[in-house]
Design a protein around this ligand. Structure first.
Ligand code: GAP
Length: 436
């Protein structure tokens, strides 16, 4: 078992700050309540995580289509979905130090001061409320969506009619969700504003158990294929009392974080709950009519629902490594090339002006194909180290010989092997090694 070391979390958080992956939001004002901004490397990696998910869910399949629905939806959606009534956490106050806690996360005493003088638990609503239009009255209340899934359910008939899909088929969506979490924390693990990657897979009712098992396997494998060691992942079945109000069965894909096992993604059997609720509340028929058999039914839904920030954090933690090269220690992010923010760094050996035009020519050549970086400051050793820390799989060095032989040195982040490659063949060489 690859047990994460206790200091790993601090090291990764420091690296992400130092190298511009993640910054505290509104930092010049002292930060803002566990919200985070993604910097130049972070935004690239976050998009790569989302692209990898979209690629496996939508691009490489012919039974799933995508949508992008609005964050603001009719408030009736949240009545129908059950969120208005049940999307709450039990909250207790410590009468001694006035701290607030989720009842299910403490064991009878205040974690801050140890007092047992706690209030009774009260339900605390997790949806952010806002007003739409110029008047702030009950009629203009709206909510920021707490899950992207409902945008999919309310578009079920639109997609069914326009895409010519039939069950079993899925609708995928990635985007922001908001929850007024009582106890955000652990860096980007639990935040109030976050991104989800969700897919609702609509199936004939009798096929639901088979598809549930299928999606559990597929989703676990996705993390493994992108570099997370198998022994840092596990599937955990929810106990009946833990299930969300819509779920007949849920299994979480969990990752071994430095603070213990934590959920990356939930795979839920939502049955026909959502479509039936929306049909009742909207008065619209939300069902599938199979012309061949003459059968009409409300499909059941299997939902794999993942978090972007959490996945990114797990990929970073699993990729972090330190080793020693020729007596010098280095930090390296052994990220899967598909997730690495920058794929290729173009580095002229020295800042001598004679090398710049050729180095720029190489940059122009690779840039349209791969996210690239150009760096001509500091010693080559230090520049390699900076790229290792950012997880860049390949460094391309232009030296004085390049001017004669039109070849460059390509250095591999993990093996440290150096290949001499002709500039003409460079893009092909990199394409063979960097997956689309
Ligand atoms: N539609 C089902 C749904 O939203 P969930 O288990 O509440 O299910 C799915 O959320 C995923 O979204 C979680 O596994 C997690 O990765 C991510 N997520 C949920 N709440 C989050 C939060 N407060 N901060 C960061 N990610 C969160």
């Amino acid at each position: 078992m690859t047990e994460p070391s206790p200091e790993l979390m601090e090291k990764v958080v420091n690296l992400t700050k130092r190298r511009g992956f993640v910054f505290p939001s509104s930092e010049i004002y002292g930060g803002f309540r566990s919200t985070w901004d993604y910097g130049p490397l972070g935004v690239l990696m976050k998009r790569n995580v989302m692209d990898a998910w979209w690629r496996s869910m939508v691009q490489l399949r012919d039974d799933i289509v995508g949508i992008d629905s609005a964050i603001l939806m009719a408030p009736r959606v949240w009545e129908a979905s059950g969120h208005l009534e049940t999307f709450t956490d039990p909250l207790v106050d410590c009468r001694n130090c006035k701290e607030r806690w989720r009842e299910d996360q403490i064991e009878g005493a205040c974690p801050n001061c140890g007092s047992h003088d706690l209030t009774e638990a009260r339900p605390f609503h997790l949806m952010f409320k806002t007003f739409v239009g110029p008047v702030e009255d009950d009629a203009s209340v709206a909510y920021l969506r707490p899950e992207t899934a409902q945008g999919i359910f309310v578009n079920f008939m639109n997609v069914l009619q326009t895409s010519r899909k039939k069950p079993p088929f899925g609708i995928a969506q990635m985007g922001k969700s908001f929850r007024n979490e009582i106890t955000p924390g652990n860096f980007i693990f639990r935040t109030r504003e976050f991104e989800q990657m969700e897919m609702e897979f609509f199936v004939p009712p009798t096929e639901a158990p088979t598809w549930f098992e299928y999606w559990c396997r597929e989703r676990r494998q996705w993390y493994i294929d992108l570099g997370i060691p198998e022994d840092m992942l596990r599937m955990r079945q929810h106990d009946p009392e833990e299930l969300s109000h819509y779920s007949a069965g849920t299994a979480d894909v969990e990752f071994l974080f430095p603070f213990g096992w934590g959920e990356l993604e939930g795979v839920a059997n939502r049955t026909d709950y959502d479509l039936t609720q929306h049909a009742t509340f909207s008065g619209e028929r939300l069902e599938y009519f199979d012309q061949a058999s003459g059968e009409r039914y409300v499909p059941h839904v299997i939902e794999p629902a993942a978090g972007v920030g959490r996945s990114m954090m797990a990929f970073l933690l699993a990729a972090y490594d330190e080793d020693v090269i020729e007596g010098e220690s280095r930090t390296v992010l052994r990220l899967h090339p598909r997730l690495a923010p920058v794929k290729v760094a173009v580095l002229p050996l020295s800042k001598k002006e004679t090398l710049t035009p050729t180095a720029r020519e190489v940059l122009d050549l690779v840039q349209p194909h791969f996210m690239s970086d150009y760096d001509e400051t500091q010693s080559i050793g230090r520049r390699y180290r900076r790229q290792d820390e950012a997880g860049t799989p390949y460094c391309v060095t232009i030296d004085f010989e390049t001017l004669d032989d039109r070849a460059v040195t390509v250095r591999d982040r993990d093996t440290l092997a150096q290949d001499r490659v002709s500039i003409d063949k460079l893009v092909d060489y990199l394409r063979e090694r960097l997956p689309l």
